[in-house]
Design a protein around this ligand. Sequence first.
Ligand SMILES: C[S@@+](CC[C@H](N)C(=O)[O-])C[C@H]1O[C@@H](n2cnc3c(N)ncnc32)[C@H](O)[C@@H]1O
Length: 217
Amino acid sequence: MNEEILKRIGKDFATINLNPGRKVYGEKLNKKGSKECRLWDPYRSKLSAALRNGLKEFPFKKDSKVLYLGAGNGTTVSHISDMCTDGMIFGVEFSPRAMTDFYQMALTRKNVAPILESANHTDAYKDIIPEKVDIIYEDVAQKAQVDILKKNADAFLKKGGYVFLMIKARSIDVTRSPQKIFNEVANHMYTHFKVIERIDLEPYEKDHMCLVGKYEL
Ligand SMILES: C[S@@+](CC[C@H](N)C(=O)[O-])C[C@H]1O[C@@H](n2cnc3c(N)ncnc32)[C@H](O)[C@@H]1O
């Protein structure tokens, strides 16, 4: 754990607030020394849930460049923005409703670039991302998620870069066992990435799994 950017407050994880005094999604603020921290709610962010469940691979650094697919309202992006203060987070989101909140949050942070587009359409945002990124984080809750991840990795990820894939079993098949679905997705992911960690997100997210991989093949 990189304690310079990721803090521990009791059993909670927290990031140093880039905008002291300002909350993004109603999270608690807490002073730690001279810094103000934003508690990272594991029920609102799958990356925080993965950390609470023992995630070991955490390649985020101050200067990381991150492509985030499925930014939603920007809850998780805001914590990554707190950590990657000298880097950049490109957040792709295709829902205009979610983008409204995400855009408002991005206006207050210099290291967040919101992109209103489908993560399937890499050509549409290739001119906005000037150089290869270190990490791709995907949370789109779609059946074709591994194909979307592969397409974006081929276009934007450095060799040796990391991928984080958040899988929601019910958006793939509501009738089948989540464990079987997770195994299938992991096997599919193995064909394009070296899968290095797998974290179940219960009890924070039911039937969700976090897969971490490296782009080395
Ligand atoms: C589970 S929510 C994301 C929550 C967010 N990652 C967070 O932790 O704060 C999934 C989001 O992915 C978006 N999404 C789904 N398919 C997409 C696609 N093909 N391109 C861009 N966004 C997509 C949805 O509109 C939704 O906002």
